[in-house]
Design a protein around this ligand. Structure first.
Ligand SMILES: Nc1ncnc2c1ncn2[C@@H]1O[C@H](COP(=O)(O)OP(=O)(O)OP(=O)(O)O)[C@@H](O)[C@H]1O
Ligand SMILES: O=C(O)[C@H](O)CO
Length: 523
């Protein structure tokens, strides 16, 4: 069936548009179509969480004394600074660090996604690029966010640099999402291929990032505190751009500078849960068995300062500000959207229905049934910071267009062999939900986008949908349910209206999870 879908006559993909950081949104407000507003809001939200400004906010250097301040801690620099980094946002972080601390920098090695330098050059983002004769060596690898030989070479160069440090040195570690795939150093006899297969299988079966990274840490030389241990006795300062709900430093990029608290039993439990324990390669069993009897116990990281410098919450705060400038009543629902993509899509579908009724006739309820279903689903999803009551009150009091904002990372359990990503799948599912709901005289639009600009192994960042999506698609001979059953959301959106609903930013150079926007506007 996947072959049949691939053969559908798709129109050419919409051309890449450059990302527009800090675009003045107010000028765009009047008369702009909802779809266009949504795309601009996405672009300017991403533009507000670019790595350079976030790094500058966390660090300051007194040039005369060479004193580096990181939040409330100080470190003496005297040409004793080394830098390593790995992650989708690390090129821009390294460029900002080089700009600020260059005169003290002795050497650096970073591992960044394949093609990112060329993408930044094409987009004219000079501030995201290192200087021409930089002391920082750049490795590009992990195409499609999977560990590969290039990333392995980078990981070994990073380990070598760390192992050569002394107590007089300071190691600045730049960490962002995607770091796990960009820092693979499997513990022998586990091979890169075995690690890749295992992580791919876990992800496809719906393992969340905490589970995935617990396994990655157990099989890695550098994750779970391994890098910090390699750098000892140097001081280590890790600057972390979070792409995980709740900003847990031990999970982001598998916590290379945070001691792992997991034991072998935790790993076996996860592997059991996803039906992978029986088929484990012998090498993995060997490494797990060895870890169980490791006399040294877990790494200790007393010489490390881990600092979160940016997160999804920051992106949503900016999105709220921008949406308000556009004339919307805007409210952040949650920065911790997690759970199966089907439930999350149902949640947004119900939310649109309940909020739409509030907007049409403030004080009324969509129907007691939908209202109850929405609350039950919200409880089921266990979103710790959900502002549902506040959101519905905002809508009821809005007397104008409303924009509800959220962020996080739902999970997709892959069943088909189609092409897609979390965001495109969520958008398509929400589109299908909206089409089945009576929404009265309210225009609704839902957008889901990955702030890194790459949703799954596709070249799109995400997509946006309206309630008419399924019926409009049907007139083009596209059946939404069929595409969904094959996890083929990207193929769908490439075909539908020639790709007009896809978000194309190219690699953005940052990574603070996904953002979801729900727009509601009375006709
Ligand atoms: N065909 C598909 N349809 C829907 N989702 C998919 C498909 N293929 C892969 N995915 C999902 O895409 C996710 C990987 O996407 P991506 O590489 O953007 O991850 P990421 O979480 O943003 O990476 P990182 O957090 O490491 O930066 C996986 O969760 C996987 O389930
Ligand atoms: O690299 C990773 O492990 C994920 O992006 C989470 O940080």
């Amino acid at each position: 069936m996947a072959i049949v879908l691939q053969a559908l006559p798709c129109l050419a993909r919409a051309p890449l548009r450059p990302l527009l950081p800090g675009r003045p949104m107010v000028r765009l407000a009047s008369g702009m179509a909802l779809g266009e507003q949504a795309q601009h809001l996405f672009e300017s939200t991403v533009g507000a969480v670019l790595p350079g400004p976030m790094l500058h906010r966390a660090l300051s250097l007194d040039p005369s004394s060479g004193l580096l301040k990181v939040r409330d801690r100080s470190f003496q620099l005297r040409q004793n600074l080394y830098l390593v980094g790995f992650g989708k946002a690390v090129l821009g972080m390294a460029a900002a660090a080089e700009e600020l601390l260059g005169q003290h920098l002795v050497q650096g090695v970073i591992s960044v996604p394949k093609g990112i330098r060329a993408a930044m050059e094409r987009a004219g983002k000079q501030e995201m690029l290192l200087k021409p004769h930089s002391r920082v060596q750049v490795f590009e690898g992990a195409e499609d966010n999977l560990p590969d030989r290039d990333a392995l070479r980078a990981a070994l160069a990073i380990r070598q640099l760390a192992e050569g440090l002394t107590a007089d040195d300071l190691l600045l570690v730049l960490i962002s999402g995607g770091g796990s795939a960009l820092l693979p150093a499997p513990i022998p006899p586990v091979t890169l291929e075995e690690k890749q297969t295992l992580t791919k299988l876990l992800a496809a079966r719906g393992a969340n990032i905490q589970e995935l990274n617990t396994i990655r840490k157990a099989l890695s030389q550098l994750k779970g505190g391994g890098l910090a241990q390699a750098a000892y006795p140097a001081q280590v300062v890790s600057l972390i751009l979070s792409d995980v709900v709740g900003d847990p430093v031990e999970v982001i990029a598998s916590g290379p500078t945070v001691a792992s608290i997991h034991n072998v039993q935790d790993c076996l439990h996860i592997l059991n849960h996803y039906g992978l324990r029986a088929a484990l390669p012998r090498s993995v069993k060997t490494v797990l068995a060895r870890a169980d009897s490791d006399p040294h116990g877990p790494h200790t990281c007393g010489h490390v300062l881990n600092v979160i410098i940016g997160s999804n919450t920051l992106a949503l705060a900016e999105a709220q500000r921008q949406a308000e400038a556009l004339g919307y009543r805007a409210l952040v629902l949650s920065a911790a959207i997690q759970g199966d993509v089907k439930s999350v899509a149902r949640f947004y579908g119900l939310l649109a229905q309940v909020a739409g009724a509030q907007l049409t006739l403030p004080g009324t309820r969509a129907s007691v049934k939908e209202d109850e279903q929405l609350r039950e689903l919200a409880a089921e999803l266990q979103l710790p910071d959900l502002q549902l009551k506040e959101a519905l009150e905002t809508v009821a009091g809005a007397r104008g267009p409303v924009c509800l904002l959220a962020g996080g990372e739902p999970t997709v359990q892959l069943q088909g062999s189609g092409k897609g990503g979390r965001n495109q799948e969520l958008a398509l599912r929400v589109g299908a939900e909206l089409g089945q709901q009576p929404l009265g005289s309210v225009d609704v639009l839902f957008l889901s986008g990955g702030t890194d600009g790459q949703d799954g192994p596709t070249e799109a960042a995400g997509a946006w949908v309206v309630p008419e999506l399924a019926s409009q698609a049907a007139t083009e001979g596209l059946d939404v349910a069929t595409f969904l059953s094959h996890n083929d959301s990207h193929t769908f959106f490439r075909c539908f209206r020639g790709g007009a609903h896809l978000l194309h930013t190219g690699l953005t150079g940052t990574n603070v999870m996904d953002v979801h926007f729900l727009f509601l506007r009375l006709r």
